[in-house]
Design a protein around this ligand. Structure first.
Ligand SMILES: C[S@@+](CC[C@H](N)C(=O)[O-])C[C@H]1O[C@@H](n2cnc3c(N)ncnc32)[C@H](O)[C@@H]1O
Length: 304
């Protein structure tokens, strides 16, 4: 069964515009609903297909928990991250395929900061910069709170981050960091670097570097290292070697995994090697923490 046939079936089931895409590396359709007479398409969710051999074994529909609003398709990340903000949808259309489950997804990234109050001032400034510039991929507030907490556990040394974006995750880290701890983040996009540098202009402990994530290693070894723009070992890119980046006892944080209940963890119908690499690394003590229903983070301490 090909994309077109599935799309044709779903089109007749509901008045949805379906846009082929990928979600968490799997085949998927972003669903849009046009209001009668209206020219704006509204995001209503995403259908994720699981393929076994040449057949579809299940379709999972992810629904938004937020209000309906006009939104563009924003799915531009690697396999681990699909940035389609979703809204609470209507009942699943009847499908000839097995429907595995329906998951309510919360808002992702930058969008999740809309309307949030009582944020640390640096986080508020970074989120504002991200919202104003249209940068969608900021760390979730729940991930940020975890970063803030972890940063507070470091009493000296350097905290690192790959992929600064507009500085939201870095702002959470800086908000939790103790006096004397330095923070260095690296970003390859020059415009984002400029924005982030403005956010941290009055914070001497923070340095934002412009370059490829691999160049961050020179600023280490790190007590805490958040991998958010390289080094996670997802997709085709290499993962960092803990002994080259971390101090003994240092911790690496890798976010944006889809929570799973089984073992071994499965991704796209196969063992999730990226996740297993962190969880089973012989020199890491690692665990996976669910930070919200649809997202988990791996924390791993380098045991020297
Ligand atoms: C998920 S976003 C980072 C979000 C940010 N850490 C935050 O908390 O808001 C990933 C970032 O990594 C950057 N990036 C991607 N590949 C990179 C590379 N090879 N070197 C440095 N940065 C990279 C992207 O430009 C993007 O800004």
């Amino acid at each position: 069964m090909g994309h077109e046939a599935i799309e044709a079936f779903l089109r007749t089931s509901r008045q949805l515009e379906l846009v082929p895409t990928r979600a968490n590396g799997q085949l998927a359709f972003a669903c849009y609903l046009s209001r009668p007479g209206g020219s704006t398409a509204y995001s209503t969710g995403v259908l994720v297909l699981v393929i076994s051999g040449d057949r579809i074994s299940s379709i999972t529909r992810f629904l938004d928990t937020e209000q309906q609003r006009p939104l563009p398709l924003q799915c531009d990340r690697g396999p681990s991250r699909c940035r389609i903000p979703l809204r609470q949808g209507q009942p699943l259309c009847r499908s000839p395929f097995a429907v595995r489950h329906t998951v309510l997804m919360s808002r992702y990234g930058t969008d999740a900061y809309r309307g949030l109050v009582d944020l640390p001032p640096l986080v508020e400034a970074a989120a504002k910069a991200a919202l104003e510039t249209g940068f969608e991929l900021s760390s979730l507030p729940s991930q940020g709170r975890l970063l803030q907490l972890l940063a507070g556990g470091i009493d000296a040394g350097v905290i690192g981050e790959t992929g600064t974006g507009c500085g939201v995750g870095l702002a959470w880290l800086a908000s939790g960091a103790r006096e004397g701890v330095r923070l260095v983040s690296i970003e390859r996009d020059e415009k984002l670097v400029d924005l982030a540098r403005l956010v941290f202009a009055g914070v001497p402990a923070v340095t934002v570097l412009h370059g490829d994530w691999r160049e961050l290693r020179g600023a280490g070894p790190f007590e805490l290292l958040a991998l958010d723009g390289g080094g996670q070992g997802k997709a085709d890119e290499p993962a960092i070697e803990p002994e080259e980046w971390l101090r003994p006892g240092g911790m690496v944080v890798v976010d944006d995994f889809t929570p799973g209940a089984g073992w071994p963890p499965v991704y796209n119908g196969r063992p999730d090697l990226a996740r297993l690499r962190w969880l089973q690394h012989p020199r890491l003590l690692a665990t996976e923490v669910r930070i919200q229903p649809d997202s988990s983070t791996i924390l791993a301490t380098f045991t020297s």
